[in-house]
Design a protein around this ligand. Structure first.
Ligand SMILES: *Cc1c(COP(=O)(O)O)cnc(C)c1O
Length: 347
């Protein structure tokens, strides 16, 4: 189907209007010339609701609508202590009059006398915050524990007659993912107005909801655009199968036919080392390069690693000169004001 038909599907899906859409889309002239490609940027760092927006607001528009339709009072979600998703969920809850409860896993230990970045915003916004920490224990195990503890908490509230809405890490449910099907159509319309079809879209991928939505959107409108999802943390090979299920469930949710297969995804694990929330030299230099050439700020955890991947694909010749390349800025610059272990060598 064409972009107009895809957009029409969304008129029937319950949505809570949050933030500012469409987000800006523009060319990066100086870097385009330097790299010999047409490089554009999709500014989801400007989604709102406040100054510190990002990609999760697209998902939260659909998640908040579902929570309200179900008559929920509390919203639970998960992430790292400096989670962008958690912070954006809290802002969305406040906007919708829902009570936010966070179960956060400590990867980099916060200093309670010097609270920073997203955790500071969560506190200003008055979220109920539970931090799960224990040194020497795998992040995955801590994440499982945070989910168990939250489930127990929700059971208690439900017994007392309070309805709770449970949002998975990153908002990566099929309902949240629908937001990025819409996002893809929005960007393609902007590209068409500029008179081109993107050959490549690059973005950072964590829980995968963004990738699942973009790929579903791409397949839905039968576009030839390649979506390169740069991982910011380790994922097993089976991840693509999981993501195809997520894409197809999201397509069914908006009333479209499932049309995504595992090999429609292009995940790239080559740019995140040594790990999630641990900076690397390539990402630091990518952050500096975008800042110095275009005055645009990206972050060490997600967008810096994604932009590092984009630059490497272009400069190593994996992408032909003259290609139309879109970098999806997913937000996250608050990480620059987090604990210095997260920051990396930027000055
Ligand atoms: C969450 C996040 C991502 C990754 O999105 P997923 O849908 O979880 O894959 C990318 N960039 C930033 C800044 C994020 O906060």
């Amino acid at each position: 189907m064409d972009i107009g038909e895809a957009k029409l599907l969304f008129s029937r899906v319950p949505k809570e209007k949050l933030g500012f859409f469409p987000t800006p889309f523009h060319k990066l002239n100086r870097l385009s010339e330097e790299l010999d490609v047409n490089l554009y940027i999709k500014r989801d760092d400007f989604t709102g609701i406040g100054l510190f927006g990002g990609n999760k607001i697209r998902k939260l528009q659909y998640l908040m609508a579902d929570a309200k339709a179900k008559g929920c009072e509390y919203v639970f979600t998960y992430g790292a202590v400096q989670s962008n998703h958690a912070m954006q969920t809290v802002t969305a809850c406040r906007r919708c009059g829902l009570k936010p409860v966070l179960y956060l896993v400590s990867i980099v230990k916060p200093d309670e006398h010097d609270v920073r970045s997203n955790l500071l915003l969560d506190k200003i916004l008055g979220a109920e915050i539970h931090i799960i920490e224990e040194s020497g224990i795998d992040t995955e195990i801590l994440e499982e524990r945070s989910i168990e503890l939250a489930k127990e908490h929700m059971r208690k509230l439900e017994v007392e007659g309070h309805k709770c809405y449970d949002i998975p890490m990153g908002g990566a449910s099929y309902i949240g993912t629908a937001g990025f099907i819409e996002g893809f159509a929005e960007m393609m319309e902007q590209a068409a107005e500029e008179g081109f079809v993107p050959d490549y879209v690059f973005h950072g991928t964590g829980t995968g909801g963004t990738a699942a939505g973009l790929v579903a959107g791409r397949n839905l409108i039968e576009s030839r655009t390649k979506i390169i999802s740069i991982n910011v943390s380790y994922k097993p090979e089976s991840f693509s199968d999981k993501m195809a299920v997520l894409s197809n469930n999201a397509l069914e949710y908006i009333g479209a036919k499932p049309c995504v297969k595992a090999d429609d995804f292009m995940f790239d694990l080559n740019y995140y080392a040594p790990g999630y929330e641990i900076p690397n030299v390539g990402a630091s230099s990518a952050i500096k390069r975008l800042a110095m050439n275009e005055g645009i700020i990206i972050d060490p955890v997600y967008t810096g690693k994604a932009f590092y991947g984009l630059l490497d694909y272009i400069e190593s010749g994996k992408i032909a000169k003259g290609s139309n390349v879109v970098f999806w800025h997913t937000g996250g610059a608050t990480a620059l004001f987090a604990e210095k272990e997260i920051l990396g060598e930027l000055y």
